[in-house]
Design a binder for this molecule. Structure first.
Ligand code: UT7
Length: 331
């Protein structure tokens, strides 16, 4: 594929992380695990947990307001709001409409939720880019907000040690000087849907007392199978996104991958031939915040000066569905 002239860029990012920290030592009190096992097998030391009365919309609203402020925009400038979340506060209405109202965005804009699990942010950026290319929107607000603590079985040591809560936001606007999204590559495979599920609570399997007792409304994951699929998918997608952008690995200033497991990130970087000093990691502090990991990572990487104007950034993600993808951009 020929490298494209960018049509859209991420003009601002922001994040919101709840204050409460849950350490591996805290988890040792809850399930049969150890700080050593968690650190060695995942790289996670601690994660943030939102308070009982803080929902996905509230965390997303905080990140959204901060992103608008950084972009020098008002909520009334937004044409489209896309929210990626696997943990909406309610089944209806959408979290995006709740955030639209909370930030005071105009009724002129349209808002929808996008469900692509951990890959949600990258899918959302691509959807935003498409609306900008079609001339239907100039300013798109993307919010990835996840209260994973509400869908985790806190008695299941194989999953409860992995996840945390938080939100990231990004403003996407038309490119001006050749900066912006250079390539994006997305795939999904419903044949592997059973690897990560929340079996109960939907139309086919509504919640019943029995299903609640069996905790079928909680996240279930075949960890080792997901691990292998994640490495395969993210490394291939990264290589493909680089090729589509006409970039070499050496051109990449920073890889900002989905933060699920340090060993997954290291293996992906190895296959994609990105040295570890050019790989962003913050999962030691936040764990896996599903679709919020990449916007939170981008925001921290900007703040730490690891990326700035002119930098080439590679992002890659993977999640339930299965869904995955990679994207390159020039800042
Ligand atoms: O966001 C995208 C979706 N998620 C992911 O990408 C996660 C992908 N998977 C993973 O990160 C890893 O597979 C896990 C971290 C979930 C598990 O690590 P693993 O190295 O694949 O361990 P395992 O499941 O193969 O289990 C190895 C052993 C087992 O014990 P036995 O059978 O060898 O005696 C488990 O029971 O480790 C045991 N184990 C634990 N021990 C202490 C599993 N979880 C824990 C735990 N603490 N929390």
């Amino acid at each position: 594929m020929k490298p494209r002239t960018p049509v859209a860029r991420i003009s601002a990012t922001a994040r919101y992380l709840p204050e409460r920290v849950m350490t591996n030592a805290d988890l040792e009190q809850m399930v049969d695990t150890s700080d050593t096992w968690i650190r060695e097998r995942t790289g996670i030391r601690e994660r943030r947990i939102a308070s009982r009365d803080t929902g996905a919309a509230e965390m997303g609203t905080r990140a959204a307001c901060a992103a608008l402020q950084k972009a020098g925009l008002s909520a009334r400038d937004i044409d489209l709001i896309i929210v990626s979340t696997a943990t909406p506060d309610r089944m209806l209405p959408t979290t995006s409409c709740e955030i639209q109202a909370a930030i005071g965005a105009s009724r002129r804009c349209f808002a929808y939720d996008l469900q692509a699990a951990c890959t949600g942010f990258l899918y959302a950026v691509t959807m935003a880019e498409g609306q900008i290319a079609a001339g239907r929107a100039e300013t798109v607000l993307i919010v990835s907000t996840e209260k994973m603590s509400t869908i985790i079985d806190w008695d299941d040591r194989a999953t409860c040690i992995l996840f945390g809560d938080g939100a990231g936001a990004a403003v996407v606007q038309p490119s001006t000087n050749g900066e912006g999204i250079l390539s994006s590559y997305h795939r999904s495979d419903g044949n592997l849907a059973e690897l990560i599920t929340r079996p109960a609570g939907g139309a086919r399997t509504p919640l019943t007392a029995d299903r609640l007792r069996r905790r079928e409304h909680m996240l279930q994951m075949a960890g080792p199978e997901v691990f292998k699929a994640a490495v395969r998918a993210m490394s291939k997608a990264s290589i493909r996104a680089l090729k589509d952008a006409g970039l070499e690995t050496g051109d990449i200033d920073l890889l900002v991958p989905h933060q699920a497991n340090a060993r997954i990130i290291e293996a992906t970087a190895r296959y994609a031939r990105v040295p570890m000093d050019r790989v962003f990691m913050n999962l030691d502090r936040y764990g896996n915040i599903s679709s919020a990991t990449i916007p939170v990572g981008l925001d921290e990487a900007r703040e730490e000066g690891r990326i700035g104007p002119g930098s080439h950034v590679l992002m890659t993600a993977f999640g339930a569905g299965l869904t995955w993808g990679a994207m390159t951009m020039r800042m």
